[in-house]
Design a protein around this ligand. Structure first.
Ligand SMILES: Cc1ncc(COP(=O)(O)O)c(C=O)c1O
Length: 393
């Protein structure tokens, strides 16, 4: 049974940035006023009918929302559960990231910024930010680890076509954490830019703000599944990198105690040996990149490099709301190993004619592990499409 303390009031977290003990804004003093201004501007914008109407218009006419909810018949028969896919792969730019970047880019315009900066791992958030910047006539610089720039080369091409400047970094493992560090350093030095952060991580107000911009996924999916089946699902499953697509879909079900929620972490190849991105399963709470939350750390509590086959998961941190939802047992988080995700990737290609992102394939694999043969009604967030992963496995 789920207790009333297993979730945090949405409004409260938007004001305070706290999820139980997690969250906050652990940043250098020079950043604090910028974040306070950003938090105030967001709270104002989200209740401004003109802002809401503009965002709604772009989500409908430009992104293609609402995205379909698709009953995956062949996969359901194979796995012995009634499986519906929320098709974020059909969004413009091929993933959920665009919901958030459009929201933040419109906020940037409202605040008078002329330039967006962003970090990216899989390149989906970079492409989504470059897209929003082109749409609204803003400059755009995207920071990316050199390793990611190589393994997600098609997205680097896309960002360039959209007019973004790409700055690669060779620091650390040259992946997402290093891209965030580079973007934060630039943000501190260039006070006029707007930092369009790509997941529900980082200092307040980003975790709550990103959740709000992604909650459209859960709101739509809830109405769609009730329409299709006349009831709420038994389970909702999403993959978890920083946590934005997961919190976006979970947000509509957190207070429904009969709906089980599952988060698939990037297990990598060896969770115990830390060759993993399974932050909640293997990490512990520390302050990391502006927020108090779980993080993969060494014996001195220093962040270690994450590993996953998914560039979008190669991050040792996790959004603070997920930390809270793990501790309160409202969501079950479980690592999915690289080979399990690859098998699920091929299964969806062959059973349904849909090529999923390797990140989303982790959610499909968790359905297979946890819910196969259950006969349950399962809603899976298919967070993105797999074009970026072609030729990799
Ligand atoms: C398709 C896709 N799904 C999931 C993720 C993980 O991010 P998040 O946990 O913020 O949804 C990414 C990250 O790049 C992605 O590209």
């Amino acid at each position: 049974m789920i207790s009333v303390h297993s979730t945090v009031s949405r409004m409260e977290s938007m004001r305070t940035g706290m999820f139980g003990p997690y969250g906050g804004a652990h940043v250098p003093p020079v950043l604090q006023p910028k974040l306070t201004t950003l938090a105030d501007a967001f709270l104002e914008a989200r209740v401004d009918p003109a802002f809401r109407a503009t965002l709604r218009m772009y989500l409908r006419d430009y992104v293609g929302r609402p995205s379909p909810l698709y009953y995956a018949r062949r996969m359901s028969e194979r796995l012995g559960a009634r499986i519906y896919l929320k098709r974020k792969d059909l969004n413009h730019t091929g993933a959920h990231k665009i919901n958030n970047t459009l929201g933040q880019a419109l906020l940037a315009v409202r605040m008078g910024a002329k330039k967006l900066i962003a970090e990216t791992g899989a390149g989906q958030h970079g492409v989504a930010t470059a897209t929003a910047a082109a749409l609204l006539g803003l400059e755009c610089t995207v920071f990316m680890g050199a390793e990611d720039a190589q393994r997600q080369a098609p997205n680097v091409e896309r960002m360039k076509l959209l007019g973004a400047e790409i700055i690669t970094t060779d620091a650390g493992t040259a992946t997402l954490k290093d891209a965030v560090d580079a973007a934060l350093a630039y943000y501190i030095d260039h006070p006029d830019v707007f930092y369009c952060l790509g997941s529900a991580v980082g200092p307040h107000p980003y975790p709550a703000m990103v959740r709000e911009f992604q909650s459209v996924i859960g709101d739509e999916a809830r109405a769609q599944i009730v329409d299709a089946e006349g009831r709420l699902p038994d389970a909702v499953v999403a993959c978890v990198g920083g946590g934005s697509n997961a919190i976006g879909i979970f947000s509509a079900f957190l207070n429904e105690s009969a709906v089980a929620l599952y988060g698939a972490e990037g297990g990598g190849t060896d969770v115990a040996a830390l060759r993993t991105a399974a932050t909640l399963s293997r990490g512990k709470p520390v302050v990391f990149q502006g927020s108090y939350s779980y993080c993969l750390v060494d014996e001195h509590n220093n962040p270690v490099d994450a590993y996953s086959i998914s560039a979008g998961f190669d991050y040792p941190g996790i959004g603070p709301e997920h930390a809270y939802l793990k501790d309160s047992s409202r969501v079950i988080y479980e690592p999915v190993m690289d080979d399990e995700a690859v098998a699920a990737f091929h299964m969806l290609c062959r059973e349904e004619g849909i090529i999923p992102a390797i990140e989303s394939s982790h959610a499909l694999a968790l359905v297979q592990k946890r819910l196969a043969g259950s006969g349950k009604l399962v809603l899976v967030n298919l967070s993105g499409r797999g074009d970026k992963d072609l030729g990799r496995f």
